[in-house]
Each structure stands twice: as structure tokens, then as C-alpha cells.
Design a protein around this ligand. Structure first.
Ligand code: SAH
Length: 337
């Protein structure tokens, strides 16, 4: 619950609203049992313990990288579904990649998260809990969030919005909107709404192709909203918010990685306040798609830079543990089957 929702909830239990503020504050100071929130009257503590819960995740697996401090989590939800999150250490501080849905229904050809379809949307609490669990496990504070785990955040907009309000609340995790990035596969009508609601949050767009033909072959969403419409909407977004858009571009061997593709991409993005993040594909065996050598990603980056498009190759973290993008969850499902 957001702080205002929690205040309403406390009122519904017959307590004054300020008790809601206290409960909110103590949850984010690390209490996991209402009975331990001793500023509350005893009767209220009991009532809360009977009717509500703090934290909703059970940790099934933690994988720790020996080389860079990356930790991957597989969590079980109360209904038995599983999700995953990744904790990463950067020079600028600790960051977490959270899931917004259990599974995904977007159907991108290269992605592990969508292989078994969408199980369900996550509640705001289940998204927040991923951070609380990782903070408790590492003993470290997390200052940056990317919503780039399993799921399409704009397909679960209400709960993702509530999640953003909770983590941004000074009495919550107090994480600045500018330290948060939402990544979408391009549900175009949601972009202006997002700009209106969360103009300070960073927007990343999974582009992955320089034209409709290739993009539609990789991402079914492109058949609904084509690449021109998407890019023009991003142009309007950048103009309205003054914020730079990140385009993620996963390089797949023989599909979208040629010199001509780089030139076409540069032309598509010309004049747009943006940055391209190149990601060598993480191989998912079922997809039959192949990755590119890092050296090729670097060449592709230079082709973009030469044409005036700022680009980077995504650094790889946790290479010695299960690769990114829903693969831990998929492996767990494979083992079950
Ligand atoms: N649904 C959202 C966020 C989740 S995916 C979105 O599409 O943006 C986060 C990023 O990882 C997206 O850019 C996605 O396309 C990319 N991705 C998914 N599977 C991948 C894989 N196997 N290798 C590399 N990148 C992948």
C-alpha cells in the first residue's frame, strides 16, 4: 500500500490516520512483524497481525557472483508462482532489477520470460518486497531501480505506479524518481500517460530493430504499434520532458546486427535526444537465436557513434551465475517439468 492507502486502511480498522503513517514508516525501517512495531497500541498490533502481512516473498534461490557482487534471486509468491530479481553493484551505488509480472504475454522471440506466457500481474507489494528482501539479504541499501525483470511494466500500469509512489516516498525507501528506470517493449499509448504521471522517471524502450520488418519478426507488439509511431512518440516524450530516452537494442546474430542495420537505426533516431544501449543477446536455448561477439557489439556501437548517435555496450555482470532475463525462473520450470 502507498502511504495514503495505508492511512485509509488503518481508518477502516478504527484507528486514526496517523497510525497508518507510523506503520508505513516502520515497515521501511525494516520491521517484518506488526507485533514489533512498538509505537502502536498493543490491540492495534494484534489486529494488524491478524488482518495483514508485511512482505510476501519466499526466497527459493540466491546465486552469488564470486567476481562482482551480483546476486540473483528466485522468489516464490504466496500462490506458488515464481519471479526473479537481480542485485547489482556499481560505482554509483547498488541497483536492483525487479520483475513487474510473473511471466509475460508480450511474446518477444528472444526472451525467456515470455516462454510460458503471463501467469499474473504482481501487486505493488510484491514488487516492493523484491527490494526489501535483497536489502535484508545483502545488508546493503539499494539506491537505484530498473524495472527490467520479467514482465511488461506498462501492462501492469496501476500497480507499477503504486510501486513507484511507495519507493519514492521519503518515509518509504526514499529513492529518487531520477534513480529509477522503467523499460517497456513499446505499448505506445502508455508513453504520454507515463510522461504526465512520472516525468522524472527514466524511460527505456526495447527497440531491438531498425525497421518494421525485423521488429515485427522479433516483437509481436510491433504489429500493433509500428516503429515509426513508437519513435515519433518517443520524440514527443523527449521534447515534453526534456529527458533523454534510452533505446535498448539486443544484438542477435544475422538478424539485426549488420552495418546496414546500424546505418538504418542511426537514420531512424536522428535528432532525437536519446542514447542506445547495445546488449549482446543472452542465449536462451529454446529460441534458437544466437548472440554476437562483444567485439561486434563494439563495432556496431562505433557505427552509431560515427553517425552521431550516442551508444554504449551494456556491461555484463554476474557472468558466472545464471544469465539474465528470466532464465533462472525458466530453468526452475524446466527442472520441475
Ligand atoms: N518488458 C520490458 C522489460 C523487461 S525486459 C521490456 O520489454 O522492455 C528488459 C530488457 O531485456 C528488454 O530490453 C528486453 O528486450 C531485454 N531482453 C529480454 N530477453 C533478452 C535476452 N535473452 N538477451 C538480451 N536481452 C534480452
Amino acid at each position: 500500500m502507498t502511504q495514503p492507502e495505508l492511512k485509509e486502511y488503518l481508518k477502516s480498522l478504527g484507528a486514526p490516520a496517523f497510525r497508518g503513517a507510523q506503520v508505513f514508516e516502520w515497515i521501511y525501517k525494516g520491521k517484518t512483524d506488526f507485533r514489533d512495531i512498538t509505537v502502536l497500541p498493543e490491540v492495534l498490533r494484534e489486529k494488524l497481525a491478524e488482518n495483514a502481512a508485511i512482505g510476501t516473498l519466499k526466497t527459493l534461490v540466491v546465486q552469488k557472483s564470486r567476481t562482482d557482487g551480483t546476486r540473483k534471486y528466485l522468489f516464490e509468491l504466496a500462490d506458488g508462482n515464481t519471479i526473479e530479481s537481480v542485485f547489482m553493484k556499481y560505482k554509483f551505488g547498488n541497483s536492483i532489477c525487479v520483475s513487474s509480472q510473473a511471466g509475460c504475454r508480450m511474446g518477444c522471440a528472444f526472451c525467456a520470460s515470455t516462454r510460458n506466457g503471463l501467469a499474473r500481474d504482481l501487486t505493488a507489494g510484491e514488487i516492493v518486497s523484491q527490494i526489501l528482501e535483497a536489502e535484508a539479504d545483502t545488508g546493503e541499501r539499494i539506491g537505484h531501480i530498473v524495472i527490467m525483470g520479467s514482465g511488461e511494466p506498462f501492462d501492469n500500469y496501476e500497480n507499477v505506479s503504486r510501486f513507484l509512489r511507495i519507493v519514492n516516498d521519503p518515509k518509504g525507501l526514499n529513492i529518487g524518481m531520477r534513480n529509477i528506470t522503467v523499460s517497456t517493449c513499446g505499448l505506445v499509448p502508455m508513453i504520454p500517460r507515463f510522461a504526465e504521471d512520472f516525468g522524472q522517471v527514466n524511460l527505456a524502450i526495447s527497440l531491438h530493430a531498425p525497421n518494421d520488418e525485423i521488429r515485427s519478426s522479433m516483437m509481436p507488439v510491433n504489429r500493433k504499434w509500428g516503429i515509426r509511431e513508437l519513435v515519433e512518440t518517443c520524440r514527443a516524450y523527449a521534447e515534453k520532458t526534456g529527458r533523454r530516452v534510452t533505446f535498448e537494442y539486443t544484438l542477435v546474430s544475422g538478424v539485426n546486427d549488420s552495418d546496414a542495420h546500424a546505418a538504418e537505426l542511426a537514420a531512424l533516431l536522428r535528432g532525437l535526444l536519446c542514447h542506445v544501449n547495445l546488449i549482446p543477446l543472452n542465449k536462451v536455448s529454446e529460441t534458437g537465436l544466437d548472440t554476437v561477439p562483444r567485439a561486434r557489439a563494439e563495432e556496431f556501437r562505433q557505427l552509431l557513434e560515427k553517425r552521431g548517435i550516442p551508444a554504449t555496450v551494456r556491461r555484463e555482470l554476474g557472468a558466472d551465475i545464471d544469465a539474465a532475463c528470466g532464465q533462472l525462473r525458466l530453468n526452475a520450470a524446466r527442472k520441475k517439468a
